[in-house]
Write a protein that binds this ligand. Structure first.
Ligand SMILES: NC(=O)c1ccc[n+]([C@@H]2O[C@H](COP(=O)([O-])OP(=O)(O)OC[C@H]3O[C@@H](n4cnc5c(N)ncnc54)[C@H](OP(=O)(O)O)[C@@H]3O)[C@@H](O)[C@H]2O)c1
Length: 255
């Protein structure tokens, strides 16, 4: 017999970047991890091989029908199991398209909003619906961005998607407050982290993003956080009372 709590995490964008850092922090606790991304990277597979409660689910979060089907199946089956705690971390995101509004096509814009916002809402909806009557510890964490709270020239789609995540969380927080078995929910700006997303921002053509030099300097000055230590800080924060009913948080206030 062991006393380890029986906890399960559903984590999108677990394959690399911040998501892989969060996955490593979860694995270090020995908890169950359902990792979602389009592709299971060797790093994630290696982590999974050493974690008994690991499962990888391939999903393209830009595909609304696929997300509906997977979210329904996944949350339906997880809700039938007995957990002390169950946690959804909507971490996957894309920053593109970068450039002035009006310069990009509808498909690119829709892809950004679907991956960053619609898919996160779809998973949250399935989580809220299937776990409504469960009395265990239930939490949703949206990985948002300072870009959801401050306007950036060239990032209109990304900023709009992250502002949407913040507002969705605030509304759900109001609804859950006072329910017999409420889900705690928060939206978190994770700071600037040394990931592929930052590399792709630095590779933006000069004319499309006036803040390019600032982002190159973050990298050059060593200001980008390590994804593993930032992942640990986020998992730690997830288990505190700061994850309240629709809180809009910035990791900088906790590290
Ligand atoms: N890095 C920063 O400085 C920073 C700052 C503020 C906020 N954030 C936020 O933090 C989160 C993680 O960012 P990151 O920097 O770690 O990004 P990243 O290195 O580009 O990783 C993105 C993750 O999202 C997944 N993903 C992307 N498109 C997907 C799709 N269509 N379907 C399924 N999964 C998809 C990727 O997996 P696959 O490609 O295998 O699908 C990958 O695991 C994002 O929400 C981002 O907006 C990051």
């Amino acid at each position: 017999m062991h006393n380890r709590p029986n906890r399960c995490y559903i984590l999108t964008g677990a394959s690399r970047g911040l998501g892989l850092g969060i996955a490593r922090a979860i694995a270090a606790q020995g908890d169950h991890l359902i990792a979602l991304a389009r592709q299971e990277t060797p790093e994630l597979a290696q982590l999974g091989a050493a974690l008994p409660g690991y499962r990888f689910v391939a999903v393209d979060l830009a595909n609304i029908d696929q997300v509906s089907e997977i979210a329904e199946e996944l949350l339906g089956s997880l809700a039938a199991m007995d957990w002390q705690g169950i946690y959804l971390i909507n971490n996957a995101g894309v920053v593109e398209p970068i450039g002035p509004a009006g310069s990009y096509g509808d498909a690119e814009m829709a892809r950004c909003l679907t991956v960053n916002l619609t898919a996160a809402i779809q998973f949250s909806n399935a989580f809220l619906r299937h776990l409504r009557d469960r009395a265990c510890d239930k939490r949703i964490l949206q990985i948002s961005s300072g870009a959801g709270r401050n306007a950036y020239t060239g990032w209109s789609a990304y900023c709009a998607s992250k502002a949407g995540l913040d507002m969705y969380s605030r509304c759900v927080g109001l609804e859950q407050d006072g329910l017999p078995h409420p889900v705690r929910i928060a939206s978190l700006a994770p700071g600037i982290i040394d990931t592929g997303m930052q590399a792709s921002i630095r590779a933006t053509p000069e004319g499309d993003f006036p803040l390019l030099e600032q982002f190159r300097q973050y990298h050059a000055n060593g200001e980008l956080a390590d994804p593993n230590s930032r992942g640990r800080a986020i998992v730690q924060l997830l288990h505190t009372d700061h994850i309240g009913h629709g809180a809009v948080l910035n990791i900088r206030d906790f590290i």
